[in-house]
Design a protein around this ligand. Structure first.
Ligand SMILES: [Zn+2]
Length: 287
């Protein structure tokens, strides 16, 4: 008798398990279909989901671009895609901030707006001035450009110091991306110091204000390099380590979310900015 009851109850357990499995499979199919239909969508960026709002504490999205042009290279985001992304940020209540605002927000000496975004560009390409700058102005966004100080005014693919000064009058902050863009992990201490100090000095002379932020060329750095960045007088430095900036971030190794040109740039952009907080929650980024 007892044996039969047990068998009956174990049959019941199986039924429950089967139902759960079926529900799981249904959900999986549903989600799969949703993803597929999203993949078939074409740009512009769709208003699919409200941005993640940090539950207390500082959380800043730092975007990283390089070129805005029609070359279809991974570092070249199309102007139309760039505009869609700015429109998305604008429509979803993002507020652009300067590196000083980020620094003060992290230090607790200044308040950050809701949904803060720091829009950054590396290298100082001419299209940042001709193409990105007018679009940033159109949407009322601030941005930061990390320039290779020996390239400006010397190589034709980069904007000039004159153009840098013009942009600074309208919400663009120009900061350092070193003097010559060599990967910093390959340099001696003397070379490192020169890259950091000379680029800072040159940019300060040209721009007429302190230059206190830098981005590591090619993103490579280590703790020793970070220490030298601090010694050279910078307040913070940016990597290409994927993630959002928050109170747990190292001020000399700040995370960014790179935006690339892909087969579906805007869908990837959305996934990157939407899923970054989820990755972090599960400890998949930030070690
Ligand atoms: Zn670079």
């Amino acid at each position: 008798m007892r044996e039969r009851q047990e068998r009956k109850s174990s049959g019941g357990k199986w039924l429950v398990l089967m139902l759960l499995l079926m529900m799981g499979a249904g959900l999986w199919l549903f989600l799969g279909q949703e993803q597929e239909s999203e993949a078939q969508e074409t740009p512009p960026v769709q208003a699919v989901m409200a941005p993640e709002i940090a539950a207390g504490g500082v959380k800043v999205l730092v975007l990283n671009y390089h070129k805005i042009d029609n070359k279809h290279h991974s570092l070249s985001v199309l102007p139309a895609d760039f505009e869609s992304q700015l429109k998305y940020l604008s429509d979803h209540g993002y507020h652009s901030i300067s590196p000083d605002e980020l620094f003060e927000g992290l230090a607790g000496t200044g308040a950050l707006p809701e949904n803060p975004v720091l829009i950054t560009f590396d290298d100082g390409y001419k299209d940042n001035y001709t193409t990105a700058f007018p679009l940033l102005k159109k949407y009322g966004f601030k941005a930061t450009i990390f320039v290779v100080t020996s390239f400006l005014g010397q190589k034709s693919q980069y904007f000039t110091w004159e153009q840098a000064r013009e942009m600074e009058k309208e919400g663009i902050s120009i900061q350092s991306h070193t003097a010559t863009h060599r990967s910093m992990t390959d340099l001696s201490d003397e070379q490192l110091r020169a890259e950091l100090v000379e680029s800072k000095k040159k940019a300060e002379e040209e721009l007429g204000h302190p230059v206190e932020y830098m981005a590591y060329p090619t993103g490579t750095y280590n703790l020793h390099i970070a220490e030298m960045v601090k010694e050279a007088g910078y307040k913070a430095a940016f990597t290409i380590k994927y993630g959002n900036v928050d109170e747990a971030s190292n001020i000399y190794a700040l995370e960014r979310v790179p935006v690339f040109h892909t087969a579906n740039t805007n869908k990837d952009f959305l996934e990157r900015i939407r899923y970054t907080p989820i990755f972090e929650k599960f400890g998949w980024t930030k070690s």
